[in-house]
Design a protein around this ligand. Structure first.
Ligand code: HAM
Length: 443
């Protein structure tokens, strides 16, 4: 008999009190992807492949190397980045392993990268990109999952505003390459160590003065982290947030100069942005430049298709040398949802270029697919000695442009029939020449 921890489905706010409750009865639900997770299957997965390859190429061309992080870290790594955030307090999948260590599945990527930086001390500037799943026990809905994938970059060791521009431009370029047009860049500056305390004081005073108008939860948050209140979507908080002081009125000269240079750099590259002085983002580590891309084609509750910013104090908080850093994370699922909503970056119609139909003995198909693949073509075939009709149907389903047909006659003549699956025109080509013939036709 199997046993299994059945945690209920309320999220894992109370993970440590979960218990082994009942032996698992293998019902239908057990063999489905857990709530809030999903399979990515062909043909849709082809879009993932292309998206990731495109991003990898762009990041590599900009000097970012691939970082492959662990899927889980010591709990403290993430606790450090969001002690007052929902992501860490309420949504983290944390657990004790068999050795009694407290670990957590990564809810986001930046903390892992900074932990790696502090651990390995690479020379700076250190620029890395990543693609990894993140785990948040959120209430699942369209565009909000318990496991989602992010593409991202992090650059540590430079405070140069041009680096902020480079990072934002990399993400803007990705959206552009996907064909997305209804995307807005929201930009803010959260200030530096000099400006931040003055702003927090003003914000705290404002929320104190309007405490009775705030929701109970925001009243509590205001006491510990008033910035977080700006993130509240609760209707009772809206007016108080709208009248709150804005961070850009409290910037030190140095912070303002930095922000001006970021803005002029973006303008120089022709990247449009909107100032969003109440954009605070959902993690505690942000300083200075922060940004988010909103897809207007998506429902506003889940329209953030990527975001990031500076976290100039994080490396030091993790025991490393004071090291500025900046990066972004962009949700793959959300980017693809935005593409669907705009009708761009569609699933490629063809799985393969060539489909080989062998109604003799299968060996011709074995050889031909092998040779076609070796010259760089995508080629597939049928198995199990199916009929000509069934193989033709399968060829059509793959979206191949060309079918190569080998029947008894072709086998005897030393030829292959090349059939254009678009026009249905056919010609006989010598077996010895057919691979080169098809390669020229397709490539
Ligand atoms: P984040 O805003 O929490 O930032 O997540 C980045 C992106 O991941 C979001 O804009 C969204 O596209 C996607 N995303 C987040 N949560 C979910 C979810 N539950 N389901 C689907 N997609 C989701 C970070 O995680 C930071 N580490 C970004 C960063 C990197 N900042 C500096 N460097």
């Amino acid at each position: 008999m199997w046993t299994w921890a059945r945690g209920g489905d309320k999220g894992f706010t109370d993970a440590r009190t979960r218990q082994l409750t009942s032996p698992l009865i293998a019902d239908n639900e057990s063999f489905r992807a857990p709530k809030g997770t999903h399979d990515v299957l062909p043909p849709d997965s082809a879009r993932w492949q292309t998206l990731v390859a495109r991003f990898a190429d762009a990041a590599t061309r900009a000097g970012y190397g691939l970082h492959i992080p662990p899927m889980f870290e010591h709990y403290e790594v993430f606790a450090r980045v969001g002690e007052s955030t929902d992501i860490v307090r309420k949504e983290m999948y944390d657990f004790e392993d068999r050795g009694g260590r407290r670990l957590a599945l990564r809810p986001e990527g930046t903390a892992s990268v900074v932990r790696a930086f502090v651990e390995h001390r690479p020379t700076t500037p250190w620029k890395v990109w990543y693609i990894a799943p993140n785990f948040r026990a959120e209430a699942p809905q369209a565009g909000r999952y318990r496991q989602h994938f992010q593409l991202g970059v992090e650059a540590l060791g430079s405070n140069d505003a041009d680096l902020d521009v480079e990072v934002v431009a990399l993400l803007a370029g990705l959206y552009e390459s996907l064909g997305l047009q209804r995307v807005r860049l929201l930009l803010n500056c959260l200030g530096d160590a000099e400006s931040r305390p003055r702003y927090l004081d003003a914000l705290r005073a404002h929320f104190d003065a309007h405490a009775t108008a705030l929701s109970e939860q925001s009243r509590q948050t205001a006491a510990t982290n008033p910035l977080r209140v700006l993130d509240s979507k609760r209707p009772e908080d809206v007016d108080t947030i709208a009248s709150a002081p804005v961070v850009t009125d409290f910037l030190s000269n140095a912070a303002e100069e930095h922000f001006d240079r970021v803005r002029s750099g973006l303008e120089h590259l022709g990247i449009a942005y909107e100032l969003a002085p109440r954009l605070v983002r959902g993690l505690d580590y942000y300083t200075s430049t922060t940004f988010e891309f909103a897809a207007d084609a998506l429902d506003s509750a889940q329209n953030a298709i990527g975001g990031g910013g500076r976290y100039d104090g994080l490396a030091e908080q993790m025991g490393g040398p004071p090291t500025p850093g900046i990066g972004f994370g962009a949700g793959i699922e959300r980017m693809l949802m935005a593409c669907d909503a705009e009708g761009v970056f569609s699933v490629p119609a063809a799985m393969v270029d060539v489909f080989v139909i062998d109604v003799v003995d299968g060996r011709h198909a074995l050889d031909l697919t092998h040779e076609l693949r070796a010259v760089g073509l995508r080629a597939d075939r049928a198995f199990d000695g199916r009929s000509m009709k069934s193989q033709m149907k399968q060829a059509d389903r793959t979206g191949a442009r060309v079918a190569l047909i080998v029947g008894e006659q072709e086998a005897a003549d030393g030829t292959v029939t090349v059939r254009d699956l678009g026009t249905s025109q056919q010609e006989a080509v010598a077996r010895a020449d057919v691979v080169e013939h098809v390669r020229k036709r397709i490539q």
